[in-house]
Design a protein around this ligand. Structure first.
Ligand SMILES: C[S@@+](CC[C@H](N)C(=O)[O-])C[C@H]1O[C@@H](n2cnc3c(N)ncnc32)[C@H](O)[C@@H]1O
Length: 276
């Protein structure tokens, strides 16, 4: 591991444990988004591709299938917990040409030979995004491609906001998503994304909406709301009575969005492409 900011890697080791625990659900929900990213990266057999903030590896694996055994797919992540799972899954799939590296993508020297960089939800967390994207550009061969998915805002992703609004009156501190700050909705504003990439030296920047009508059961939506979102760290340290109160309030608020045990969720993202 090199260039890993210790506080960030400690944070992601903790947060990453939730992604490890929920890996099967998260991968099923967001597999179409990994596919869309890799499709847009236009990967060819034999190419070298870097997956940034790879987590437990779903997008790295998707990329590895496209570049084939003559190619190379490298997943980079700051979280040791997620990389441990990613390495195990790569072994189980018998994938060739896949490597994982524990690194802070903002500063790590990845070498200079990649044909493409991809990411599903792994690039919105950099404290200094311009420096990070300048560093990533250095990992590409001239003219190499960038393709990543990031979330549009909570107004387009109401299933993320509804649980927070329901829990807010009950909790001592109000959990909120911050726009334009490192985090899930850090890249919600497309003009901000465009200017970060341009300042970091990327060109041919294109940003298009990607909407995935994500099939999810009501129980899975409750898991996403209570375990994966910003409520999780608050509830993990809460008394049982408060946890129950929040769960009941969130369940009541989500109920109108569900029918026959299934909920309506659209994953509203930006699909961003550029050239180095
Ligand atoms: C929301 S998760 C997405 C994981 C994975 N791409 C997926 O879709 O399943 C964000 C990931 O970015 C990683 N990450 C955050 N900051 C990072 C950094 N500076 N360098 C490398 N990885 C980082 C986290 O550890 C986490 O695995």
């Amino acid at each position: 591991m090199s260039g890993v900011a210790t506080d960030m890697s400690a944070y992601w080791d903790r947060a990453g444990r939730v992604w490890v625990e929920q890996q099967a659900l998260l991968d099923r929900l967001f597999q179409p988004i990994a596919q869309a990213v890799v499709d847009r990266a236009d990967l060819r057999a034999g190419e070298a591709v870097l997956d940034v903030g790879c987590g437990s590896g779903a997008t790295t694996f998707e990329a590895a299938w496209r570049v084939g055994p003559q190619g190379r797919a490298v997943g980079a992540d700051i979280s040791g917990a997620l990389l441990e799972l990613a390495r195990r899954r790569a072994g189980e799939q018998g994938l060739e040409g896949v490597d994982f590296v524990q690194a802070d993508a903002q500063t790590h020297d990845f070498g200079a030979g990649f044909d493409a960089i991809v990411s599903r939800f792994g690039v919105m967390f950099f404290p200094d995004p311009v420096a990070a994207f300048a560093n990533l550009r250095r990992a590409l061969r001239p003219g190499g491609r960038l393709a990543f998915a990031c979330w549009r805002g909570p107004e387009d992703n109401p299933m993320a906001q509804v649980p927070l609004d329901a829990a807010a009156p009950i909790l001592p501190e109000t959990p909120r998503f911050e726009r334009n700050a490192p985090g899930r909705f850090g890249f919600a504003d497309p003009e901000r994304v465009r200017s970060i990439l341009a300042e970091a030296g990327w060109r041919d920047i294109a940003i298009a909406p990607l909407d995935d009508p994500t099939p999810i059961s009501f129980d899975e939506l409750m898991t996403m709301s209570l375990r994966v979102g910003p409520l999780n760290p608050i509830l993990s340290n809460a008394e049982d009575a408060l946890r129950t109160q929040v769960r009941d309030a969130v369940s009541a608020a989500l109920a109108p969005h569900a029918q026959d045990g299934m909920a309506k969720m659209n994953s509203a993202c930006w699909l961003v492409t550029a050239r180095g």
